[in-house]
Design a protein around this ligand. Structure first.
Ligand code: UDP
Length: 312
């Protein structure tokens, strides 16, 4: 079985590569390293069955020999990164998705798109189920990410309908774990970084906005189950345990020096107020639900950051 993985040197992509290598699969790992880091896959380089190609998914892609699965994970995924590179973000969701769908079509391979809970925008339905069409500002700052993923979903469905491609769409909710970039601006690495430095945690807005955090090993498990399923419509993958950002700050503070405080900063525009996945579809269709509690996942993640392997 040969898998082509775009975004393979990124946070989730590299964990997916690890799992597939454990299963004895062959991998063609693609990344342009705009945010991915070679250090995430360094341990796999040179191993039989693992090939790394530094390439941009926006350029047409050729892969020799048979291909069984194409996973499209390449994207700027953190708000700080996609706000800094909005055009590249739109390109990887549009042109990049098109190129990888073509690759899957040419090889009669299965295709999995990693989409996002951002498709729901600032949701008016809570928790969010796959049948909700979302509340996205199409011209706001975050639209480069939200709309590129919504377009990618539409393109994926079109390839399924026109070419009969076996496609899957995962809507990924906030995921955390080792190999996140410490300075990518997302709340989990940001708070851990600040706590390790002994400075106040930066809470945006009043901290009442909520998120639900899924540990990366659970997410990878969900992606692999989805890729084997015949479900063509989007499936939410995330942990339904929801908390406010202020509660999350308290969780981090409790693990460090209690004297670390919080510092309130302006809320970014269009920052979703509530987010929690309804995962009944994933439970029903994939027999999947997250297993790793936040306490446990955070311990592993904090230990990783303490080891200071971060280079970005
Ligand atoms: N956030 C925060 N402080 C930070 C970084 C993020 O309060 O230093 C908030 C952010 O405004 C959002 C939530 O934490 O409400 C999650 O942000 P993140 O960037 O991790 O991902 P998002 O869910 O917005 O894509």
């Amino acid at each position: 079985m040969k898998y082509v993985i775009s975004g393979a040197a990124g946070f989730i992509g590299s964990h997916l590569c690890d799992r597939l290598m454990e299963q004895g699969r062959q991998i063609v790992a693609i990344d342009n390293l705009i945010t991915g880091q070679v250090s995430n896959i360094e341990h796999l380089l040179g191993r039989p069955g693992f090939q790394f190609i530094q390439a941009d998914v926006c350029a047409p892609l050729e892969v020799g020999g048979p291909v069984d699965h194409v996973f499209h994970l390449a994207s700027l995924a953190s708000p700080v990164d996609y706000l800094a590179h909005p055009i590249e973000t739109l390109d990887s969701g549009s042109t990049g998705t098109r190129n990888l769908l073509e690759l899957a079509r040419i090889h009669s391979a299965r295709f999995l798109l990693t989409s996002t809970s951002e498709c729901y925008g600032d949701p008016l339905q809570h928790p969010q189920s796959e049948t909700y069409w979302g509340n996205v500002n199409p011209v706001g700052l975050r639209s480069c990410y939200d709309e590129s993923k919504r377009y990618a979903e539409a393109l994926t469905m079109a390839y399924h309908r026109v070419h009969g491609l076996r496609t899957n769409i995962a809507r990924i909710f906030n995921t955390y774990g080792p190999r996140m970039a410490l300075n990518d601006g997302r709340v989990v690495p940001a708070f851990i970084d600040q706590a390790l430095k002994g400075v106040n945690l930066t809470v945006f807005g009043d901290g009442s906005q909520t998120r639900s955090f899924c540990f990366v090993s659970d997410l990878v498990d969900g992606l692999l189950r989805l890729s084997e399923s015949e479900e063509r419509y989007p499936v939410n993958l995330g942990n339904p345990v929801e908390m406010s950002i202020l509660e999350f700050a308290d969780e981090i503070r409790g693990r460090f020096d209690g004297r670390i405080g919080v510092e309130f900063k302006a809320l970014p525009s269009d920052d979703p107020k509530l987010r929690r996945p309804d995962i009944s579809k994933a439970r029903r269709v994939l027999g999947w639900e997250p297993k790793v509690p936040l306490r446990e996942g955070l311990t592993v993640t904090i230990d990783y950051f303490k080891r200071g392997v971060q280079s970005r």
